[in-house]
Design a protein around this ligand. Structure first.
Ligand code: SAM
Length: 291
């Protein structure tokens, strides 16, 4: 006869075991009075299977020889934070602006035995370089109201990061991965794909969140390229895409009039009758270089 060992399913890592034995997240939320605030984009993930899936997608492997820093933005009550620790994050820095969440996370900080550090701040004001050494991985269920702005800030210095594994509303995820000619193709697609390889990993239904948002969400991964897809000055590229997509139904000769119109397009070897969604990222770079 075999006897089943109740410890058999528990991980070897003592920190993972300590985290798994913490009281349920709902208790931490109740004790800290962490009722979700819409103004802070608070939609919490409480299902450990889902949060561990996100942590695994970020490349964390229990017992893996992880180096550098894992950065979480907006840990809230700590569902994803717990998963990151269970999956073996050894240096995890979480940036949260809601002080109630900082209180809710105190037992997790203790259980982490120095692996988790909290920074109480607005992530928009934080330079990730100050949070810990490279390689830096950002993993987050982002607050929807500042998610795109945060990503654009981080993409100012993509070389600082090894990867971004981020939850976005589905509509933003579609813009990030949209190919040339796609309906969602626009400024964000060009900039993100110019700098990174981008893919949607999986969708997450609204019902997975507490409270459920009105929209669907997706986990997106961005891996910075060693060099941008084609050479161009970023500020020029952004000027060109801003002007081109501001009037996406118009021909480029019209929308780029202020930047040089036909003459500019001729120098870049692009037909002035094209519309912006027909141009590849390399085409936009050629126009930026012709500016
Ligand atoms: N990570 C938690 C989870 O998955 O359950 C919470 C995610 S919730 C969508 C977004 C979190 O970001 C909230 O905890 C909110 O307080 C925090 N937050 C909102 N704006 C922020 C900002 N500017 N800087 C840092 N944290 C922010």
């Amino acid at each position: 006869m075999t006897t089943s060992d109740p410890e058999a399913d528990l991980p070897q890592d003592p920190i993972a075991r300590a985290v798994l034995s913490l009281p349920p997240l709902r208790d931490a939320i109740a004790a800290a009075g962490l009722s979700a605030k819409k103004s802070l984009g608070q939609n919490f993930l409480l299902d450990l299977n889902l949060t561990r899936r996100i942590a695994r997608a970020a490349g964390l492997v229990p017992g893996g020889l992880e180096t550098g820093t894992t950065i979480e933005i907006g840990p809230g009550p700590g569902g994803l934070t717990r998963a990151l620790l269970i999956q073996g994050a050894t240096k995890l820095v979480a940036v949260e602006r809601d002080e109630r969440a900082i209180t809710a996370l105190s037992t997790l900080v203790e259980a982490s035995d120095g692996r988790l550090e909290l920074v109480c701040a607005d992530a928009l004001d934080v330079d990730p370089e100050d949070l810990g050494p490279a390689p830096r991985r950002i993993v987050a269920n982002l607050p929807y109201n500042v998610g795109t702005r945060l990503l654009l800030n981080w993409l100012e210095t993509p070389e600082q990061f090894a990867s971004f594994t981020l939850m976005f509303q589905r509509e933003v995820a579609e813009r990030l991965v949209a190919p040339t000619g796609g309906e969602a193709y626009g400024r964000l697609s060009v900039l993100a794909q110019w700098l990174c390889r981008v893919k949607i990993l999986f969708d997450v239904p609204a019902t997975a969140f507490t409270p459920p948002p009105k929209i669907k969400s997706s986990v997106v991964q961005l891996i910075p390229r060693e060099a941008p897809l084609a050479p161009a000055d970023r500020a020029d590229l952004e000027r060109v895409t801003a002007a081109a997509f501001a009037q996406r139904r118009k021909m480029l000769r019209q929308s780029l009039k202020g930047l040089g119109g036909d003459a500019l397009l001729e120098r870049a070897g692009i037909k002035p009758t094209e519309r912006p969604e027909q141009l590849s990222i390399e085409d936009f770079c050629r126009i930026a270089n012709a500016l």
